[in-house]
Design a protein around this ligand. Structure first.
Ligand code: M6R
Length: 613
């Protein structure tokens, strides 16, 4: 999604800004721009497309001119929300005088009313964006004190923002502020930086201040002053960024997605490390507590909240919580939660599942659940992220940075840890030690099972070759494999642009089967499970209508008759099997997308973390 980098002090700003934008590229964007300040002037460059296009534009400026010398600047990668991805809509945006530049992540929800008011007082807008409204509000309030002008404008806006503001009148300071959209300040020698993602800072410093909602900060080359919108000072001290915050390299893999799929044995091992208690058939999750302090029998219900892939992990988690912990559980799209007046209270355990920890919908749901008195826990990958901080208590995934927009290792880590949570709750309730040990041993085998599945790459390529020409595909599963079918379809559609739908295997005949034509690929998850025969009947119904079946079966089982292709996963408990099955479907989606020549790591229209509602 949109990215911000800004710098003040310590030498030429341009290389810092362009380098920072490149570090943010993985988040997805469609235009980029920067503003520099010095010698009482502002200089702006914007372009549609990749950061390389912006860099070309900047390279065209004389190096002895402002571009080469000025040390204060702000820059942005934009993922279009209000207005098409054009140069006019790219950030930075300006006030009426053209002397104040603003970059902004998030959405100003009341921008229409504000824009109408500004237009009626003579403003002529240069873009369709909500951000320009904010820039003009700031400009109208600026009478020498930029911070007051920013605060005055922010008091008028509703919505989410992470902003950085630069003024030609005083290039020695940047004003930054956040509400609902992440922003962190990096403190380096003789230079202070700001970014929406610490990945853009690590090349310069590991000392990072994570701003909280409502913070406004004035940055100079050697100081960071934080206050609230009420002007009261807020004390913020820097944290040391973990080494893993550095953006990873592809390490010889063609795509980050490929690398991350192959990291899964290790990433899941890291997620499980020290958490599986094979002796007692239990798990050790400090963030959930244990014994009297733990989420014990007092919990009446679990509500698992997430979006996209994380929602699919929640849906698998629901099966695990109900089966292992005998605890009623719901998996819910986080965006829906706060708008449906949920009946949630202190007896409910709400678990927010998010790789980035910044997803706006999930964050809003967390706040709602907390307001209603629920016990809210996070299952988050990014340390120090907004959801991690809002929940205060929970479990980190520890799967390492996930760069590919298509989430892979986060999903397998999330499901593995949700299985551990279900085991813990089960053991705190009625689950026997013996059954607990069986499950703990199965969970412990997940990394080695993933290793086996990754050896299936050539089978996945063969199946992908059969699917590559199709514009539609279906994925079928039952029980905990239903969300895996949804996840397989999501992976395929987001990176290959094939229209793919996941269904409960029994649901197809209630309507969607009308869409099957000769050769439509149908991926059927028919692993060992109590309902395998029923799934096989559903596969047969599809084959009878000309569909090409790609089957996912358990090692040692007979094949699905007449299948176009087959992926085999190791034999294991049907709940645990969701993890190796998901990996097999990741391979399939990856190779379809590769054969179709798609830009796998930066799929069109998508962003890595979705910080708008
Ligand atoms: O960072 P989160 O886990 O909260 O992100 C949620 C979704 O935006 C994310 O899983 C998205 O669906 C991915 N592109 C799926 O591959």
């Amino acid at each position: 999604m949109c990215g911000i980098i800004g710098v003040v002090g310590g030498g030429p700003a341009v290389p810092i800004l362009l380098g920072g934008l490149r570090r943010l590229e993985y988040r997805g964007y469609d235009s980029a721009g920067l503003a520099l300040a010095g010698d009482g002037a502002l200089l702006i460059r914007r372009s549609v497309g990749k950061v390389a296009a912006l860099a070309d534009k900047v390279a065209g400026d004389p190096s002895d001119g402002p571009v080469g010398r000025w040390s204060s600047g702000i820059a942005h990668t934009r993922w279009a929300t209000h207005g098409a991805p054009t140069e006019a809509n790219a950030h930075p945006h300006f006030d009426r005088s053209g002397r104040i530049a603003v970059v902004h992540n998030g959405i100003i929800e009341n921008y229409r009313a504000l824009r109408a008011r500004l237009e009626s007082s003579g403003h002529v807008f240069a873009s369709e964006t909500d951000t320009e409204v904010l820039a003009r509000l700031i400009g109208d309030r600026h009478h020498g004190d930029l911070k007051s002008a920013v605060i005055g404008a922010l008091r008028e806006v509703e919505g989410a923002y992470g902003i950085a503001v630069l003024c030609a009148d005083d290039p020695s300071r940047l004003i930054v502020a956040r509400k609902g959209s992440p922003l962190c300040v990096g403190v380096a020698e003789g230079r202070v930086l700001v970014a929406s993602d610490p990945a853009a800072l690590v090349a310069h410093t590991r000392q990072v201040i994570h701003l909280d909602d409502g913070d406004v900060a004035v940055l100079t080359a050697d100081s960071v002053e934080v206050s609230g919108l009420d002007l009261r000072p807020r004390h913020r001290s820097p944290d040391e960024l973990p080494a893993e915050a550095a953006v990873a390299e592809r390490d010889g893999h063609e795509h980050f997605m490929h690398k991350e799929m192959h990291e899964q044995p290790e990433s899941v091992r890291n997620a499980l490390r020290g958490r599986v208690d094979l002796v007692n058939g239990d798990s050790v999750l400090a963030g959930l507590g244990r014994g009297e302090d733990g989420e014990d029998a007092a919990v009446r219900r679990a509500i698992l909240l997430g979006c996209g892939t994380s929602l699919h992990a929640c849906m698998v988690g629901k099966f695990a919580f109900e089966e292992l912990a005998q605890l009623p559980a719901e998996a819910e799209q986080a965006a829906e939660f706060r708008y449906r007046n949920p009946l949630v209270g202190p007896d409910d355990l709400v678990i927010a599942v998010s790789q980035s920890g910044e997803t706006a919908d999930t964050l809003a749901a967390v706040k709602e659940a907390r307001n209603r008195g629920a016990r809210v826990r996070g299952l988050v990958n990014v340390v120090g992220s907004a959801i991690a901080r809002q929940t205060g208590r929970g479990v980190y995934l520890h799967v390492g940075p996930e760069v590919s927009v298509a989430s892979t290792k986060a999903f397998t880590g999330q499901v593995s840890v949700l299985l551990l949570m279900a085991l813990r709750l089960g053991r705190a309730r009625r689950l026997s030690r013996e059954r607990g040990r069986e499950i703990a041993m199965e969970i412990d085998r997940i990394p080695s099972m993933i290793e086996r599945v990754l050896e299936l790459e050539s089978a996945a390529i063969r199946a992908a070759e059969r699917m590559v020409e199709s514009e539609h595909a279906f994925f079928l599963g039952r029980g905990p494999m239903h969300p895996v079918a949804l996840e397989g379809a999501l992976k395929l559609k987001e990176i290959s642009y094939v229209h793919a739908e996941g269904y409960h295997a029994a649901e197809l005949k209630h309507g969607p089967i009308a869409l099957l034509t000769e050769g439509t690929p149908v991926v059927v998850i028919a692993n060992r499970s109590p309902v395998r025969d029923k799934t096989l009947s559903n596969a047969e119904e599809c084959r009878a209508r000309g569909a090409g079946i790609i089957s996912l079966v358990t090692e040692g089982q007979e094949s699905v008759p007449g299948a176009w292709g087959e992926l085999r996963i190791p034999d294991c408990d049907p709940l645990v099997a969701t993890v190796p099955a998901a990996v097999a479907l990741q391979l399939l989606a990856y190779h379809v997308a590769r054969l179709r020549g798609c830009p796998i790591d930066q799929p069109r229209n998508l962003a890595k973390s979705v910080t708008v509602e």
